[in-house]
Design a protein around this ligand. Structure first.
Ligand SMILES: C[S@@+](CC[C@H](N)C(=O)[O-])C[C@H]1O[C@@H](n2cnc3c(N)ncnc32)[C@H](O)[C@@H]1O
Length: 362
C-alpha cells in the first residue's frame, strides 16, 4: 500500500530526528567516522525525498571535482581521462569494454549522455554495483583494521567466490554483495603491488601488507585507507554513487559491449579500449585478477576494422610500439606518460595536444 504525503513527512521527520541525535552523539564523542556517516545519511534523505526533487530544477549544481575509485589500480587511466576526452571530442555515448577502476569514465570533466562500462572480473563489477546501490553500507564495511592474516583470508575468500558472485550478478539484476565489494576495495588498498585477486597468488604473501604508505607517501596510506578520505568514506561513496547512477554496467567479454546496438545506434560514440598489454612489451605478467595478454592483438584487429566508421571515436591504449601497425591506416598516436601511448582513430580530433603531450611515437 502506498503511503500518503502526510505519512511520508512523518517518516522523514522521524528519520531526520534520529540522524540529528546520532550526529550530536558522534560530535560529542569526537567520532569523525560516525559524523561523516550522519552527514551522508542526511544528504541521502534530503536528496531522495523532498528538497532534492523541489530544488533540482531551480539550483544549478556546482561543477564538482571528478572522484576516482579509491583504490590503487595498475594501468588505471584516471590521469589520462582529460586527454582521452579531448581526443574523442563531443560524443553522446561512451563505451568502456575494459573497465577496471573506471579511470577513463570517472576522470572525465562531464559524463556522456549514455555510458556503458564492462569488465570480465565479477569481483570488480560487484564493487561498482555495490557502491552504486548501497554506498554507505560499502563505506561502513570498508572500515576494517589492517591485519596481515585478514588480508590472506580475504584474498582466499574472494578467489573462492569470484565465479559464484559473477553468476549471481548475471542472474539477479538487484544482486550485489556489500561484504565482497568491501573486501575487494579494502584488500586492493592493503595489498602491496599488482596481482590482487590473481589465482596464481593464492596463499600467504611473501611481501608484507602496505604498512609504509605505498604509492601515496609515508604516513598517508592508500586507497580506502588513505588518511585523506578514510573518515569521509560514506560521503565519498555517496558522491561516487551519484556519478555512477546512470552508468550501464556489464560483466563479461569485452566484445559484448561493442555491438552496434550498444555503440553507434546511440549516435557519435567514444570507445576507450584498454586491454591487458601484450607481454612482448616487457610488462609483468599476472598484473590483474583476470590477465589475458593475448587479447591485445585481437583488440587491435577490432580497432583497425572499425576505425573508419564515421560515428566512432576510438582510443586504444598500449605500451611502446605495441599498436604501431595502426599508424599505417590513418591512426595517430600520442604519448601519455613514459612508454604509455594512446592511438587515436581517424575520426578523433587531430589537434595539437600541447606541450605536455609529445605527439607521434617516441
Ligand atoms: C588495463 S586494465 C583496465 C584499466 C582501466 N582502464 C582503468 O582505468 O582502471 C584491463 C582490465 O581488463 C579486464 N579484462 C581482462 N580480460 C578481459 C576480457 N576478456 N574482457 C573484458 N575485460 C577483461 C581486467 O579485469 C582489467 O580490469
Amino acid at each position: 500500500m502506498e503511503a500518503s504525503v502526510a505519512e511520508l513527512d512523518e517518516i522523514m521527520l522521524a528519520e531526520l530526528g534520529e540522524v540529528r541525535d546520532a550526529l550530536a552523539r558522534a560530535e560529542f564523542d569526537g567520532d569523525t567516522f560516525a559524523v561523516a556517516l550522519g552527514h551522508a545519511r542526511l544528504a541521502e534523505i534530503v536528496d531522495s525525498r523532498v528538497l532534492g526533487q523541489l530544488l533540482a530544477p531551480a539550483v544549478k549544481a556546482e561543477p564538482s571535482k571528478p572522484l576516482r575509485l579509491p583504490v590503487p589500480y595498475y594501468g588505471g587511466k584516471f590521469g589520462a581521462a582529460p586527454l582521452i576526452e579531448r581526443a574523442m571530442g563531443p560524443i553522446v555515448n561512451l563505451v568502456i569494454p575494459f573497465g577496471g577502476s573506471l579511470g577513463c569514465l570517472l576522470g572525465r570533466s562531464e559524463p556522456a549522455r549514455v555510458e556503458t562500462a564492462n569488465d570480465k572480473d565479477g569481483l570488480i563489477v560487484n564493487a561498482w554495483r555495490a557502491i552504486s546501490n548501497d554506498p554507505i553500507a560499502v563505506a561502513k564495511a570498508c572500515a576494517m583494521p589492517v591485519h596481515e592474516c585478514t588480508l590472506d583470508a580475504v584474498h582466499g575468500w574472494l578467489l573462492d567466490n569470484r565465479e559464484s558472485l559473477t553468476t549471481l550478478l548475471r542472474s539477479d539484476p538487484r544482486a550485489h554483495d556489500v561484504a565482497a565489494a568491501a573486501y575487494w576495495l579494502w584488500g586492493r588498498s592493503v595489498w602491496l603491488g599488482g596481482s590482487w585477486c590473481n589465482p596464481g597468488k593464492r596463499g600467504p604473501r611473501k611481501a608484507k601488507v602496505a604498512l609504509r604508505g605505498g604509492e601515496t607517501g609515508p604516513g598517508i596510506g592508500q586507497g580506502v585507507l588513505s588518511s585523506k578520505i578514510r573518515d569521509e568514506l560514506p560521503a565519498y561513496f555517496t558522491a561516487l554513487a551519484q556519478r555512477l547512477r546512470h552508468v550501464r554496467m556489464t560483466c563479461g567479454e569485452w566484445t559484448r559491449v561493442l555491438r552496434d546496438s550498444v555503440t553507434v545506434s546511440h549516435g557519435v560514440t567514444g570507445v576507450y579500449l584498454d586491454p591487458c598489454y601484450d607481454l612482448g612489451t616487457g610488462r609483468r605478467p599476472d598484473l590483474y585478477g583476470i590477465d589475458e595478454p593475448e587479447q591485445s592483438a585481437e583488440v587491435r584487429a577490432w580497432a583497425l576494422e572499425h576505425g573508419p566508421h564515421p560515428r566512432l571515436r576510438i582510443v586504444l591504449s598500449g605500451l611502446g610500439d605495441e599498436h604501431a601497425e595502426l599508424e599505417e591506416h590513418d591512426w595517430s598516436v600520442i604519448t601519455w606518460r613514459g612508454r604509455e601511448r594512446l592511438w587515436l582513430s581517424p575520426h578523433c580530433r587531430r589537434e595539437d595536444f600541447g606541450p605536455l603531450f609529445e605527439q607521434g611515437a617516441a
